[in-house]
Design a protein around this ligand. Structure first.
Ligand code: 5GP
Length: 138
């Protein structure tokens, strides 16, 4: 697979405003922030989507994300924020390298705006899909 934009950031071929790095995780400011402090947190492993990520990278991201969130809150002074991770072009993923956005929400007009077209769960359909998921996850 060809190297993605974030692969080039990891190798230093494309510059970035780095905010964090450990053995498996790297974080830097988004070039088009939705609000001040909008940070991208990526695994060094070049997995395109979350479902393709190794347990080791997933665990490292799980450890680093709350720490980076705390730093973003402390530095921006904004305590409300969204963490979002898009998978696939229909789900708005533009760069095929796993990345979590940490996006401070300082006001109604800044930060992430989300469409959330929720509908009530049908109990029968819910029971069926939950049973299938439990079976798959056993
Ligand atoms: P996605 O839509 O894939 O979830 O998000 C990709 C993000 O990468 C976007 O928010 C976009 O602004 C950011 N981005 C795209 N190109 C660059 C770049 O060259 N440098 C940095 N720092 N961020 C980028």
């Amino acid at each position: 697979m060809s190297e993605t934009l974030f692969g080039k950031i990891l190798s230093g071929a494309i510059p970035c405003h780095k905010v964090y790095e450990d053995e498996r995780v790297f974080a830097f400011l988004d070039i088009n922030p939705l609000s001040a402090g909008h940070t991208l947190v990526i695994p060094k492993e070049p997995a395109p989507t979350l479902d393709a990520l190794s347990d080791e990278s997933a665990a490292a991201l799980g450890r680093a994300l709350p720490r980076i969130c705390r730093a973003v809150i402390a530095v921006t002074g904004v305590k409300d924020y969204n963490v979002i991770e898009n998978n696939g072009s229909a789900a708005h993923q533009a760069v095929l390298h796993v990345h979590f956005h940490i996006i401070p929400k300082p006001s109604r007009d800044e930060g992430l705006g989300i469409g959330w077209p929720a509908r009530a769960l049908d109990p029968e359909a819910g029971a069926k899909i939950a049973a299938k998921l439990r079976e798959k996850l056993r």
